[in-house]
Design a protein around this ligand. Structure first.
Ligand code: TIU
Length: 220
């Protein structure tokens, strides 16, 4: 068992029953010309976490933990994209339309794939998801049950959208989740900070939070 110095109190886990879940570190969210930029965001806000995310993934692989990369992307026919999602924001170039990174948020297009520093490695799991939460309309719960996973270390983007939604879905399904605070970012720094506080408030109502250094220290 390993113990991380976390908020609101220590987080204890068995690496054999723990997965690192890296949420949506895709070009569509981190690079100019992708979905995040189409929504009007300053995508440079997210670049700073990439080195820490790479360290977290490397640690997970070295320790034999399950590694899961999620990918918010739709099938090319958009059969799994609710019309309400596609209409939201009244975008000139929205989901399914052709932009500088290919069709926006569509599986197989350059924008839907991961940033070059965080490419999936052999043995990692890539999970495409049509929603913000990684449990909605995916096989994630079955994958985790099949591997005996009970604990999730969570990073990725954006903190208050796909990361928080996934963490809440996981918490309700009985997983003990730790948010790795410097491996997640938002286009809105205040939203990032608020999510960290929401997670750990009320005795850890959604889970735990700790920086990467605390995760690494647990293995030192
Ligand atoms: N817009 C935004 O902040 N996020 C998303 O649309 N998806 C994810 O968070 N991955």
């Amino acid at each position: 068992m390993k113990t991380i110095a976390a908020r609101p109190y220590e987080y204890t886990f068995d690496p054999a029953h723990t997965a690192v879940v890296m949420i949506d570190m895709q070009r569509d969210f981190l690079e100019p010309g992708g979905f995040g930029a189409m929504l009007g965001n300053d995508v440079s806000q997210l670049a700073g976490i990439v080195p820490a995310c790479a360290r977290l993934l490397a640690l997970a692989r070295a320790q034999g933990m399950t590694v899961i990369h999620t990918q918010e992307a739709h099938d090319p026919q958009l059969a799994d994209c609710p019309p309400a999602k596609r209409a939201r924001g009244r975008l000139e170039c929205g989901i399914g339309d052709r932009g500088p990174l290919g069709r926006v948020l569509v599986e197989g297009e350059p924008g839907a794939w991961f940033v070059s520093e965080l490419l999936p490695q052999p043995g990692d799991i890539v999970l495409r998801k049509p929603g913000k939460g990684a449990f909605h309309a995916t096989g994630l719960d079955a994958i985790l049950h099949g591997r005996g996973i009970t604990h999730l270390l969570i990073g990725g983007v954006t903190t208050e959208v796909c990361v928080q939604t996934t963490m809440r879905e996981a918490n309700d399904r009985g997983y003990d989740c730790l948010l790795v605070t410097d491996c997640t970012a938002s286009y809105f720094p205040a939203f990032h900070a608020a999510v960290v506080e929401m997670v750990v408030a009320q005795g850890g109502i959604v889970g735990w939070a700790a920086p990467l250094a605390a995760v690494e220290a647990a293995f030192a």
